[in-house]
Ligand binder design. Structure first.
Ligand SMILES: C[S@@+](CC[C@H](N)C(=O)[O-])C[C@H]1O[C@@H](n2cnc3c(N)ncnc32)[C@H](O)[C@@H]1O
Length: 492
């Protein structure tokens, strides 16, 4: 690491070597990470990086050399393919690359499921991780965009480098480096009053905050590969893709649920990693990626959080389970109250047109999302009530009653059955000496099943109570408001 720190300082970056030490942790704890070498107060700058030292399609000279028009024509301006090509090209340049000292320390091996065998992936059955890997989309971008671009310019991409630096395997490695380590670094804007007005985003990986003197609220933004987006959004895609940047040193910090004690802030000419809490000597310095559930942590970064839960046991308090609307539709269709298929389809189309969700998210609060109850009710409305709902543009109220209990219980039981193992089996497996990928997969699916199990228990108690009192029980509304539910499709 000494060589990297020297390279970093030589390039005009600042590193507080008296406060920050970079050390090795066990692989299960993230490998490399940073610790406090002394008591560090809140608001202290640990290191700062000139904007020109970040790697993006804006700072790398390749797009200009390739020709900006040709770059767009080759569709390298959308998604991550352009930045991947820049990283490959800079790596192929070896020691003559401006970023050689940084590229040398980036990982070439990942524990993310993208690199797992089919056999290991079976352990994730039931979770949404596998269907979100995007391996085929990445492969299509590689074949249809990157390779034609590379072959079109043998003066820039030496033919003898093709089988070394521009392979599909290297493409996946560069993509994984971006997925697990990049930041969103927006262009610096001066607002009309001359104040700093940088936006902050939850990007592919970590937050970059506005200047630490500012109080601008953060605006989350999904920045994953949008290569399928239609071309009308060209300018937006262009903007977004060129904001994705690799930030030397900032990506050395590990992450853990609700432990963040340092954040990266935008300044005009540089980015600064600043403490957001006092940090004691020997404590780890964390830059946490928005407290993601384990399924997302594993998919993007290759690790999981396994902490004490408030409800007892261990897991990630930020865990969630996804319930696809299809599963509810299938549970409703097997009840005598189900409407005919074509009527159900009409209602579902209307729901989606109104912005309704097609996936419902459950978490450790053990409350059913009101929109999920509303969706079930929509499928059960009488023809007259359905017509009224459509006319008023109002989905049904999320009151839990009668047949809804059975449908929701059946839905959650079907969802639980999608995992090949039980909670008890997973807990027993975790006491064995299991390889890391396997262990991480067990932790992901166990957390999801615990949530399902907790909500099922609660539903059964509520159903029994309703049976006793014959009175409807309303679930807690997340937004606090009561009445009809307007919903927003989640981004996946
Ligand atoms: C931004 S990098 C952090 C630096 C990295 N540890 C390194 O050696 O360069 C993110 C990667 O670190 C690892 N990591 C971060 N936090 C972790 C944690 N709490 N447990 C295990 N691995 C972690 C994961 O491999 C993740 O993809």
């Amino acid at each position: 690491m000494g060589t990297f720190i020297q390279w970093f300082q030589r390039k005009g970056a600042y590193f507080d070597a008296e406060s920050v030490g970079i050390i090795g942790f066990p692989p299960s704890e993230g490998g490399r990470g940073a610790v406090a070498l002394r008591d560090i107060p809140d608001g202290h700058t640990l290191f700062s990086i000139p904007r020109a030292l970040t790697i993006s399609t804006r700072t790398c000279s390749l797009p200009t050399k390739f020709g900006l028009e040709a770059w767009r024509k080759a569709q390298l301006h959308q998604g991550w393919v352009g930045l991947i090509l820049c990283l490959m090209w800079e790596t192929a340049a070896g020691s003559s690359s401006k970023w050689a000292g940084y590229l040398d320390i980036l990982p070439n091996r990942f524990d993310t499921p993208m690199f797992w065998t089919e056999y290991d992936l079976l352990e994730l059955k039931g979770t949404s991780v596998v269907e979100k890997l995007g391996k085929l989309d990445a492969q299509a971008d590689y074949n249809e965009k990157l390779i034609p671009a590379v072959k079109s310019r043998p003066d820039l991409f030496l033919p003898e480098h093709l089988s070394i630096h521009y392979t599909l395997e290297r493409y996946h490695i560069m993509g994984s480096r971006i997925l697990s380590r990049s930041f969103i670094v927006e262009k610096w804007n001066e607002d009309e009053d001359g104040n700093e007005a940088a936006n902050t985003s939850l990007g592919s990986a970590m937050d970059v905050e506005p200047s630490c003197n500012e109080e601008t609220p953060s605006v989350p933004m999904e920045t994953e590969d949008n290569s399928d987006d239609n071309d009308d959004d060209d300018d937006d895609d262009d903007e977004e893709a060129s904001d994705v940047a690799m930030v030397p040193m900032a990506d050395i910090l590990n992450a853990r649920y609700q432990t963040e004690n340092a954040k990266l802030f935008h300044e005009k000419d540089e980015l600064k990693m600043v403490t957001t809490k006092p940090i004691k000597t020997g404590e780890q310095i964390w830059n946490t990626y928005g407290d993601l559930p384990n399924a997302e942590l594993l998919r993007r970064y290759g690790h999981v959080d396994f902490l004490s839960l408030p409800s007892g046991g261990h897991g990630n308090p930020g865990d969630v389970v996804e319930i696809k609307a299809d599963l509810i539709i299938s549970a409703v269709s097997s009840t005598p109250e189900a409407v005919k298929d074509d009527e159900a389809k009409e209602r579902i189309d209307w729901w989606l047109e109104e912005g309704g969700e097609d996936v419902f998210i459950l978490d450790y609060e053990y409350d059913l999302p009101p929109v999920m109850i509303s969706f079930v009710k929509l499928l059960l409305l009488t023809q007259a009530d359905w017509e009224k709902a459509r006319e008023k543009s109002k989905p049904p109220k999320s009151r839990l009653e009668g047949i809804l209990y059975d449908i929701l219980i059946s839905t959650l039981e079907k969802r639980l059955a999608e995992y090949p193992t039980t909670i008890e089996t997973d807990k027993a497996l975790l006491t064995n000496d299991t390889p890391l990928n396997n262990k991480n997969a067990i932790i992901v699916r166990l957390g999801e099943k615990e949530i399902l199990h907790g909500i099922l228990q609660k539903l059964k108690v509520l159903k029994e109570a309703e049976g006793r009192s014959s009175a409807g029980v309303s679930t807690k509304r997340k937004g606090g408001a009561s009445g009809p539910t307007k919903v927003k499709r989640i981004r996946r």
